[in-house]
Every structure is written in C-alpha cells, then in structure tokens.
Design a protein around this ligand. Structure first.
Ligand code: P6P
Length: 357
C-alpha cells in the first residue's frame, strides 16, 4: 500500500509482512482462485505435506544427537535396497500425518510393497498420495542434502483388490506434485498445474513462507548431472553425449547422489539430469510413479522437458506400482542435445540392420 507518507522502511515492513503471511495453504487457494471443495482439499493436502516436511526436517537437523536416528535397520525393502532408519521414520511420518487428514484414502510409498489403506478416510477421501519419503538416504549419515518427493492422484474406483491398479496411469493424470529439499534450509517446491512455486521453512514461525513464485528453467544451462561411474554400463549414445560435454566449453558436472538436490539445481540454474538405463537395470534405477513422474510434472510446468529417451516421460504408463524408468530431465535445449545422440545411434543401428539384409 503506497500511502503518501510511506517511507522505504514502511514499504519494506509491508512487503515482509505480506510475504510472511503468504503461507502454503493461502497460496494454493489463491492459485486456484476458488474456495470450492476441490480447492480446499488441495490446500489441506499441501498443508499436511508441509507438516510432514517439518517433522522430517526436525529429525534430520538433530539426527546426529538422537539415538537410533542414523544408520541402517538391517532390512531390505521392496526395491532390494538396504533400509535406513530415516527411511522408516519418514515413511511413518507421512502415514501418521495423513491418517488424521480425512483426505487421503491410500498411500503408495517407495518403502511399502503395496498401497497403505486408511479405511476411515476412504469413503470421503478420494486421493492417493504417492511418495518417496526420503530420497537419497545414503546422504543422511554424512549430513548432505536429501529430499521427499510427492505426487497426488485421484483414486479412481474402489480398488477392491487393494493393489493400486488404478494408479497405473500416465503422469498427466497427476493433480499435484512436488518435493521437499532438506538442505541448508528446508524448501518445499510444488505445482498444482499453475506454475512452480517454492516455499522456505521459517523455523521461528514453523511455517513454509513463499520464497519464489513461477519458477522457470533457462532454456540451457551449464550443468550436466549424471553418475559417470556407470559409464561402462550405458548405451553408446550416452557415452557419445558424455564425450561431447567433455570436449566442449561451457559444461560442468554436478552430482550429489540425491535426485531432489540435483534436480533442484537444474530447476534453478538449467542443465540436464540423467539417470539412464544400464546393463544391470535397463529401465534405470529411478521409480516412475513417485520419483520421475512428479519431477517431470514440475519441470514441464517450469518450461523444461523430461524424457525416458525418445518418449516424453509423462506419457509413460507404468506396468506396476514400483516400475522404474530412465530419466533425462532439465532444460529444453539440454534434453534435446541428449536425445540427438540417442536418435543418431538409433538411426545408425537401423541403417546397419538394413545393410545386413
Ligand atoms: P547412484 C538415491 O538412492 C537415488 O534413488 C536418487 O536419489 C539418486 O539420484 C540415485 O539414486 C543415485 O544413484 O546409482 O548414482 O548412486
């Protein structure tokens, strides 16, 4: 409000107060320009996700001081991966937070083989939360960034077998998606299909406060993010791309071992993140429904691109709940560059097959 006697100090107070009052729930309702039941649901869902983020952030910031917070449980999860204690804690947080919500009938998590039903919510709550409670958990014990990734889908039908079969839909069916990055600050990034927005946790308020609105990726960026230790397992096209960026100015490698942090860097600075198929895992390592698809939804909302190679990632329909997919995601020009090497190799292979005939 620019009153005649407003001083720059007054203006900065007004700005700071207005910003501190732009909480996540208010932002969602403003995005939807509605107070209807669907809008209220989404706003309430995002508020619950924020609560989960606060509880996980609190545990992470004190993990080194809390008995039993770090290290492994000794179990192997449905992914065949060693389970960290923080994976279980974070998974339980999401269950506890949504149990009381009345909104979500079903949770599908990287840590649980089958969907988790919350019967008391099911007649009313027609939403499913798909999530990776702690992504990059190998970073927890060394105090490096980790994240939670989430996706919200409508529950279609009653899923009588409780297999989540109705979730095997392409990524365009997502109602909302985002992640929480636990780094020097805790940042929640989300989209409900109206742009990508970031909120930073103010621990003194216990609130996520709007810190960046309508985030858009640059069309090109210097960063390529891939684990070159797997180079010997990749298709030749990915080696061609790697040789190209090694030999050309203007590229820099950044890889943290945690998808959420690596993606967040690409979202803000541009570039490309790649987790390709390998000889060991031809479909790649990352899970489609609760890792790649939510990030693909975000990146397209931010003007970027996500592909599994030659097919847009959001078009892919998983054949089971924990289906994996290759992931090439980031700035339009950089994803296109990776795809150009894939197309060249595919054309070359086709020509060789024709010559053999
Ligand atoms: P690699 C973490 O386990 C994760 O799922 C992602 O967060 C990360 O990008 C990837 O795996 C790292 O895998 O094979 O490079 O160690």
């Amino acid at each position: 409000m620019n009153t005649p006697d407003s001083t720059p100090l007054q203006l900065s107070y007004d700005f700071a107060l207005d910003r501190d009052c732009t909480t996540l729930s208010r932002h969602v309702l403003a995005q939807l320009q509605s107070f209807g039941s669907d809008a209220q649901d989404l706003s309430a869902l995002m508020t619950r996700i924020a609560l989960a983020g606060k509880l996980i952030a609190r545990r992470l910031t004190r993990a080194g001081l809390v008995e039993g917070a770090l290290g492994f449980t000794g179990d192997i999860n449905v992914q065949g991966e060693a389970v960290k204690r923080m994976d279980i804690y974070a998974n339980e947080v999401f269950i506890a937070v949504f149990k009381q919500s009345g909104l979500v009938c079903r949770l599908a998590s990287e840590e649980m083989e089958k969907p988790y039903y919350i019967p008391e919510n099911c007649p009313i709550g027609r939403y499913t939360l798909l999530y990776d409670p702690i992504d990059g958990s190998s970073n927890v014990d060394i105090n490096l960034n980790v994240g939670s990734i989430f996706s919200i889908r409508q529950q279609l039908g009653d899923d009588p077998e409780q297999t989540g079969a109705d979730l095997l839909q392409d990524g365009h069916q997502q109602l909302a998606a985002g992640y929480i990055l636990y780094g020097p600050s805790t940042v929640l990034v989300y989209s409900i299909g109206k742009g990508v927005h970031a909120f930073t946790l103010d621990p003194s308020l216990g609130e996520f406060i709007l810190s960046a609105e309508d985030i858009t990726l640059p069309s090109h960026g210097p960063v390529y993010s891939v684990n070159e230790g797997n180079l010997w397992q990749w298709d030749e096209a990915l080696r061609d791309f790697t040789r190209y960026v090694h030999r050309h100015e203007g590229y820099t490698a950044r890889y943290s071992g945690a998808l959420v942090g690596d993606f967040h860097r690409i979202l803000l600075q541009g570039g490309v993140f790649i987790y390709p198929g390998t000889l060991k895992d031809p479909k790649g390592k990352l899970r489609l429904l609760y890792e790649s698809a939510p990030l693909a939804y975000l990146v397209e909302q931010a003007g970027g691109k996500a592909s599994v190679g030659q097919q847009p990632l959001l078009d892919v329909i998983p054949d089971h709940l924990h289906a994996r997919s290759p992931l090439i995601i980031g700035s339009v020009e950089d994803v296109a560059l990776v795809q150009s090497f894939i197309e060249d190799r595919s054309r070359q292979a086709q020509e060789e097959r024709l010559l053999e005939k």
